[in-house]
Design a protein around this ligand. Structure first.
Ligand code: ATP
Ligand code: MG
Length: 353
């Protein structure tokens, strides 16, 4: 079976270090392994509208920002088709047919959507578009026959929903054209759901608890020094907790053994550092200074590459338009197959008896 990868991000803000460890790192790894047949990366503007329909400028402005982040982390438009969701209008048609295969109760049970509804406090009620966005994600995945979807943990319910729709579609229309996709989620919990700098929820563009890939070094420094650690660890000599401590969560996600040699040679491993913190005698400032250096090692090349691409924004837009044209051709062919399977093909299979 061919290996088709699809993944994407909402243009609701610039991408952050949660995206890097949750999904971008894996995308770049897969891209560089060259072991796939097709690879699509989608900027999900239509999906972003489901909770930003009255703030189109936010979505418009962030399309380019997200594209710059993609290029900065090393996604290569020669290998990966980068496209804008709304440019592929076939996706809306897929969504419309799939909506019949899902009940309201099923949509209301989606744990990620439930959490997001709580956070967003929709004052005029929950927009149907928002409640149904997992169905539109199923459309995005299946329109390209994608079977591999690298995502953070919050997207697993969307993949489950997609698999249910695939089964239901194939059963209802007695076909096997749709394939069930698999999510690829980082094994390490700190990476699959990187916590925000406030230590409360997952890092999220919409919650303002982020370190952006494009943050300047002084901003990263400030955010690291403000981040939530262990409120009971007041004096250096106090014993401290590393679980739920944001600085240690980020070290879990980013720190490699060689970083100790370079930046903190009195320790040899993260376990050793954690044990000292637990015992007492290790201050937050020392841990945070180390974390800052580790993050800077990762972020400074990304930041520099991003600045270079930002000098050629028209070229970046052309990459997105070329990718969208390519994606549209594929989705259009697959939509025809979908409608054939359903029997919505009156020009091919005549209604006249
Ligand atoms: P928004 O607040 O607008 O929903 P977001 O920060 O959650 O933005 P998305 O565009 O919704 O970002 O998510 C894009 C991809 O990044 C998804 O695969 C998602 O699982 C992953 N992702 C987002 N936040 C994190 C995080 N904190 N840790 C790991 N993966 C994440
Ligand atoms: Mg999200």
């Amino acid at each position: 079976m061919s290996k088709i990868i699809l993944t994407g991000d909402r243009p609701t803000g610039k991408l952050h270090i949660g995206h890097l460890v949750g999904s971008l790192r894996e995308r770049v790894r897969m891209q560089n392994e060259d072991s796939y047949d097709e690879f699509y990366v989608m900027i999900a503007d239509s999906q972003a509208l489901t909770d930003n329909y009255d703030n189109i400028n936010k979505v418009r402005d962030n399309i380019l920002e997200v594209a710059l982040d993609y290029l900065a982390v090393g996604l290569d438009p020669k290998k990966v088709t980068m496209f804008i969701q709304s440019e592929v209008s076939e996706l809306t048609e897929f969504t419309y047919y799939y909506l019949n295969l899902v009940t309201l109760a099923r949509l209301e049970r989606n744990p990620t959507v439930k959490d997001e509804i709580k956070q967003k406090n929709f004052d005029k009620g929950i927009p149907m578009g928002f409640l149904c966005y997992p169905v539109s994600q199923s459309a995005d995945i299946t329109a390209f026959n994608a079977n591999i979807v690298p995502v953070g943990e919050d997207q697993l319910p969307m993949l489950e929903q997609t698999r249910e729709i695939v089964r239901s579609f194939n059963n209802t229309y007695k076909t096997d054209i749709l394939v069930e996709p698999q999510g690829v989620v980082p094994k390490d919990k700190s990476c699959s759901r990187l916590v925000g700098i406030d230590g409360k929820a997952k890092m999220s563009k919409s919650l303002g608890n982020t370190i952006y890939l494009s943050d300047e070094a002084d901003v990263v420094h400030q955010k690291v020094h403000e981040m939530y650690t262990d409120p009971t660890h007041i004096k250096v000599s106090d014993p401290g907790k590393v679980e739920g401590n944001v600085a240690f969560e980020y070290l879990n996600a980013f720190c490699k053994p060689e970083h100790f040699k370079k930046y903190l040679p009195e320790y040899t491993s993260l376990d050793e550092l954690k044990n000292h913190y637990r015992r007492g005698g290790l201050g937050d400032v020392k841990v945070k200074n180390f974390l800052y250096q580790v993050l800077e090692e990762v972020l400074s090349p990304i930041r520099e590459r991003r600045k270079e691409y930002a000098q050629n924004k028209d070229k970046v837009m052309q990459i997105l338009f070329d990718g969208s044209d390519k994606a549209r051709k594929v989705a259009s062919k697959n939509l025809e197959k979908l409608k054939d399977a359903m029997g919505i093909n009156y020009r091919k299979k005549s209604l006249l008896k």
